[in-house]
Design a protein around this ligand. Structure first.
Ligand SMILES: NC(=O)c1ccc[n+]([C@@H]2O[C@H](COP(=O)([O-])OP(=O)(O)OC[C@H]3O[C@@H](n4cnc5c(N)ncnc54)[C@H](O)[C@@H]3O)[C@@H](O)[C@H]2O)c1
Length: 249
């Protein structure tokens, strides 16, 4: 198994790509902490993992809350004794039709950018002590280019994730910690999607993708798995688009 004896915290693991990543990691032998705001959906993911013989537990987490992060780290160490992997996946959509909305800017920076920083800040001391760790930050194609259907705050926050990833990779490489970012393209709509959940908007978005289809959540989960596992042991500070060729155009 590709993650045997490893412990992974996955944020936003109650839904979408986070849930898919949690299930895949558990199948590959990791003990998984499903960390999310949504308790019942997160509990359902834990139950699914248990049903296939995997190990997982739910932890309530608002990624913007420092005290929640401290609880997640303490509970993970208490339950499993170590933290090998953090997937900073939780996020909110920026596809608000009011493209100059100030609250959207603030929410994007708070959840999608600061939430990722707080996650790294919370786990790095334990990883330093262990002398190993892999952090996977979920950005987006929106961290590379501007788009018509998302608020610029989403692009700015995802761009921040992309570059904070490289800074952390450089700063903590000597501690044995690797930090990389994954950039999904057009995937199934997020729970919080507005414009990008509209079928007509999605049709336009798909027409810009060389592979001509949206991505599947497992396609991102498998990329996360590679970066989380020791298979990528000499890879840090990189960005992997999972986008059907969108950024190649
Ligand atoms: N769906 C897409 O098209 C797409 C494309 C590129 C990147 N992404 C990114 O991928 C990640 C996962 O998106 P998804 O499509 O699975 O979305 P989703 O809406 O299905 O899942 C997001 C999860 O994050 C959780 N969450 C939101 N705010 C939180 C908070 N403050 N604290 C803790 N948990 C919180 C939600 O409860 C939910 O479980 C996000 O970072 C998103 O920006 C999505």
């Amino acid at each position: 198994m590709r993650l045997e004896n490893k412990v992974a915290i996955i944020t936003g693991a109650a839904s979408g790509m986070g849930a898919s990543t949690a299930k895949l990691f558990a199948t590959e032998g990791a003990s998984v902490v499903v960390a999310d705001l949504m308790k019942s959906e997160g509990g359902a993911v834990v139950a699914e993992i248990g049903a296939i013989g995997g190990e997982a537990r739910f932890q309530l987490l608002d990624v913007t809350n420092e005290a929640d992060w401290e609880s997640v780290v303490a509970a993970t160490i208490a339950a499993y004794g170590q933290i090998d992997i953090l997937v900073n996946n939780a996020g909110v959509s920026g596809s608000n039709p009011d493209r100059l909305n100030i609250d959207t800017w603030d929410e994007q920076m708070n959840v999608n950018a600061k939430g990722v920083f707080l996650g790294m800040r919370a786990v790095i001391p334990a990883m330093q002590q262990a002398g190993r760790g892999s952090i996977v930050n979920i950005s987006s194609i929106s961290g590379f280019v501007g788009q018509n259907f998302v608020h610029m705050g989403y692009n700015a926050a995802k761009g921040a994730v992309r570059l904070a990833t490289k800074a952390a990779a450089v700063q903590f490489a000597n501690d044995g910690i690797r930090v990389n970012s994954v950039h999904p393209g057009v995937m199934p709509a997020m729970r919080t999607s507005q414009m990008t959940a509209d079928p007509e908007v999605r049709r336009k978005m798909l027409s810009a993708i060389p592979m001509g289809r949206e991505g599947r959540v497992e396609e991102v989960a498998y990329t996360n798995l590679f970066l989380a596992s020791d298979e990528s042991s000499y890879i840090t500070g990189i960005e992997i688009p999972v986008d059907g060729g969108y950024l190649a155009m």
